[in-house]
Write a protein that binds this ligand. Structure first.
Ligand code: SF4
Ligand code: SF4
Length: 207
């Protein structure tokens, strides 16, 4: 059975004075003078929060590795530690945790002194769902997701992150954001305040 729904008919006052139109226009005018909370991308860019799940990187050895986990994994896998190079211990836990493991290509090479180091680390971003399981699985805080979100490329090859690219992203991250407190947004108090001003029905934020 089809239920017919009728709109409430307009009263004659509403018809004569176009009250619906005036109501709609008043909302438009009110919004036009409110503070803008959207950005004019790509001319205006926000820095994403530290927890943003963007393109991947490898943190490099800089003396701030999680201890004693890093030392233990380095010894367990006989890894050669080089300052400024990837912290990867070639444990493959990231690949194992990934729902699409074929996107990883990871290899280690043996050095003359019997120790090993990562020699190949490719991640095909065209297959990635950005779920972050691989990051959670990394035992030495090597693999991480950065704030890089402009990831378009001209070829499929552009979507493959190799070891050099991952290390470059890692170095850049450690220089720019490693020390930053782990907050939702860079300036979350101001951001929430702005949202509150535009949405007075929301509970006020506490500092
Ligand atoms: S984010 Fe998810 S899909 Fe992408 S590489 Fe990591 S585990 Fe795999
Ligand atoms: S989990 Fe971390 S240390 Fe292990 S292979 Fe992946 S990136 Fe390297």
């Amino acid at each position: 059975m089809v239920k017919k729904v009728f709109e409430k008919p307009l009263s004659w006052i509403e018809r004569i004075f176009f009250l619906d139109f005036v109501r709609g226009l008043s909302i438009t005018i009110r919004q036009a003078f409110r503070r803008t909370i959207t950005t004019h991308y790509p001319y205006e860019k926000l820095t994403p929060p530290k927890r943003f799940r963007g393109f991947f990187g490898h943190k490099v050895v800089d003396g701030n590795e999680p201890q004693p986990a890093f030392e233990e994994w380095v010894e367990r896998f006989k890894i050669q530690v080089e300052p400024g190079k990837s912290r990867c211990v070639v444990c493959m836990l990231c690949k194992r945790a990934c729902p699409v493991p074929q996107l990883f290509e990871i290899e280690g090479e043996k050095l003359p002194d019997g120790r090993r180091r990562v020699s190949l680390f490719n991640m095909n971003m065209m297959l990635c769902t950005f779920c972050g399981f691989c990051v959670d699985a990394c035992p030495v805080d090597c693999l991480f997701q950065s704030d890089i979100h402009e990831t378009a490329g001209y070829t499929r090859k552009d979507s493959v992150l190799d070891l050099q690219t991952l290390e470059r992203i890692g170095r850049d991250w450690q220089r720019r954001r490693e020390e930053e407190p782990d907050r939702i947004w860079i300036d979350d108090y101001q951001r929430q305040r702005l949202w509150y001003e535009n949405n007075p029905h929301l509970p006020e934020v506490k500092r």
